[in-house]
Design a binder for this molecule. Structure first.
Ligand SMILES: Nc1ncnc2c1ncn2[C@@H]1O[C@H](COP(=O)(O)OP(=O)(O)O)[C@@H](O)[C@H]1O
Ligand SMILES: [Mg+2]
Length: 241
């Protein structure tokens, strides 16, 4: 009995791996043709087409190619992290440094949207993490928060000490998320409002990528929301002893 179960699990794992490899291969194959579509469309746009229709069509082609590139990049990232193929460079990292870097990299974008990025109490204890990967997690969360933050509003970032971990968070005061969606947000392509997500350039993979990076570090991620009052995304990273 036992060896039958373990054989089935091995088969399931093999199927899952084949599926991931296939997605990674397709994404990789799409990169080059997409780059060429983007490049040639931009060249045509630069030659200032006189016909307004042509200009409009070229603009649509360019935007679609950009969206597809984003999608293939996110699919590749997700496949790499999920398969364990992505190697993480785990080091002692100070929460204050992570938070500072995130704020710096989003400062300009936030300013253009008149949103204030605020860091609140950084936990003093170091965590064990790949700082680039954690930067990516934060980027996905802040990117979302900025999409939903109201102009003139603010986004709060912070880190608080827990028993065996540090909990990082990104809080916004946007529209919030109805509770029935909270558990599923981290599934790939799950969006509360598909049209809005696409329009804002979202791929629907940001939170799935964030979840897999956090899990690979031995942490956990979750979302809290108070409808009409905003959302908070929280994730933990293990303490460095
Ligand atoms: N800060 C937020 N406020 C409200 N809804 C959010 C927020 N962050 C994420 N969501 C919801 O979760 C969905 C999934 O997020 P994500 O995986 O980053 O995909 P994308 O940003 O490409 O739509 C979003 O489409 C949106 O419906
Ligand atoms: Mg996103």
């Amino acid at each position: 009995m036992n060896h039958l179960i373990s054989r089935n699990i091995t088969q399931l794992e093999a199927v899952a791996r084949m599926r991931r490899d296939f997605i990674a291969n397709v994404s990789h194959e799409l990169r080059t043709p997409l780059t060429s579509i983007q490049g040639y469309t931009e060249t045509l746009l630069d030659s200032a087409p006189e016909n307004n229709h042509n200009r409009e069509f070229l603009e649509i082609i360019r935007k679609s190619a950009v969206r597809m590139s984003r999608l293939t990049e996110d699919l590749l990232t997700l496949a790499r992290v999920e398969s364990g193929e992505q190697r993480f460079d785990i080091q002692r990292v100070a929460p204050a440094d992570v938070l500072q870097e995130v704020v710096e990299s989003f400062r300009e974008l936030a300013r253009t949207q008149s949103v204030e990025l605020k860091v609140e109490g950084a936990a003093p204890n170091s965590v064990l993490a790949d700082s680039e990967a954690i930067h990516q997690v934060f980027s996905n969360l802040v990117d979302n928060a900025l999409k939903y933050a109201t102009s003139g509003g603010r986004i709060i970032l912070g880190a608080r000490p827990m028993a065996q971990a540090v909990e990082f968070y990104v809080q916004d005061f946007g529209p919030g998320i109805p509770s029935e969606h909270l558990a599923r947000l981290f599934e790939r392509f799950y969006r509360v409002d598909k049209a809005r997500s696409r329009e804002s350039g979202g791929t629907g993979l940001g939170l799935a990528i964030a979840k897999h990076i956090v899990m690979a570090h031995g942490g956990a991620i979750r979302a809290q929301s108070d409808l009409n009052h905003g959302s908070t995304f929280l994730f933990t990273l293990p303490l460095a002893h």
